[in-house]
Write a protein that binds this ligand. Structure first.
Ligand SMILES: [Zn+2]
Length: 167
């Protein structure tokens, strides 16, 4: 039980990271999801009941009536992650280096996916396709930031002029 609670605390920290929150705002803006219709994101301690205990991946669900996104843990991830979920995590790259890229990306993909359900309802295929696209954009944005901080404060050639500068 302790591990499940720790895992939920960690998940909440990860989803609240500046990089992820600001990317979710970009999606909301681009998809014209108004701030009043932005769902609350709730991290659940126990796995999704209908998935059974052997579900390997974090599961998300969107509850339109409550306007709530729920993120549930997946069992395989507990095994993978035993001891790797650091509650003091401060950046997405830290999550990747401690928990592995695949695991870290799965959480981002899950929350992007559920956010898109707010706009596109039950169109699962469209939501799937779009969330993969947005995940790619999120990852490309991170690489761009890393390149930029590696090369001092010089903006990378070809970066969009509207890109916010990394201080
Ligand atoms: Zn879905």
């Amino acid at each position: 039980m302790k591990f499940l609670e720790d895992h939920a605390i960690w998940t909440e920290k990860v989803l609240n990271l500046e990089e992820i929150q600001s990317f979710l705002s970009v999606i909301a803006e681009r998809e014209r999801i108004s701030s009043e219709s932005l769902p609350e994101i709730v991290v659940m301690v126990l796995p999704y009941p209908r998935n059974g205990i052997d579900s390997p991946i974090a599961h998300g669900s969107y509850l339109p009536r409550r306007n709530q996104i729920r993120i549930y843990p997946g069992l395989a991830s507990w095994e993978e992650l035993e001891g790797t979920t650091d509650p003091d995590v401060r950046s997405f790259s830290e999550v990747v280096s401690k928990s592995g890229a695949q695991f870290a990306q799965r959480h981002v993909l899950t929350v992007i996916h559920e956010l898109l359900h707010v706009k596109y309802g039950h169109d699962e295929n469209l939501v799937d396709e779009m969330s993969e696209g947005y995940l790619g954009e999120f990852l490309a944005g991170l690489k761009c930031q890393q390149t930029r901080s590696a090369s001092g404060s010089e903006p990378v050639l070809g970066a969009a002029p509207s890109d916010p500068e990394v201080p």
